[in-house]
Design a protein around this ligand. Sequence first.
Ligand SMILES: [Cu+2]
Length: 174
Amino acid sequence: MKIRAGIIPTKLTSINMKKLFIFLSLSSLLILSACNFAPAPAPATTPAEEETLPPDDTAIVEPIDSPVVEPVTQTPPVTETEPAPIVEEPAPQPATHSVSIANFAFSSANLTINAGDTVVWTNNDSAPHTITGSGLDSGTLETGATFSHTFDTQGDYSYYCAFHPSMTASVTVK
Ligand SMILES: [Cu+2]
């Protein structure tokens, strides 16, 4: 052990190695005794080691820096959420309303519909009639003829028969 005693770093290193060796030996003994195992044959310590290392040194050597486990902070994966599609409120389906012309009268005479709806007039009378007024002009509707108009704009549409002005009716578009 004294071969390279003159070299201080080497000596220090050898001392540290001795401390480590003793520490490991004692640790293994503690573990084995705690497990009620028969103690393994203690590693022989050379007299030189016992001389240079008082028992107190083990207490100094014992704390071993446990590797610092840094908490792994995982940032949550950024999930790109697509913006929800703008759902337009579905417009009411356009409807078709029928108005019958019979006995010199419109039926229904007062019809209420939604914008976009269509009204179909049918002349079920023996005489010819018209739908006239408020922008409506069917021309002459002979018996069995039809006239249709789609109301896209809200408002009140009053109309009459050009042949029989007493025949009046209206369509209210909401
Ligand atoms: Cu008429």
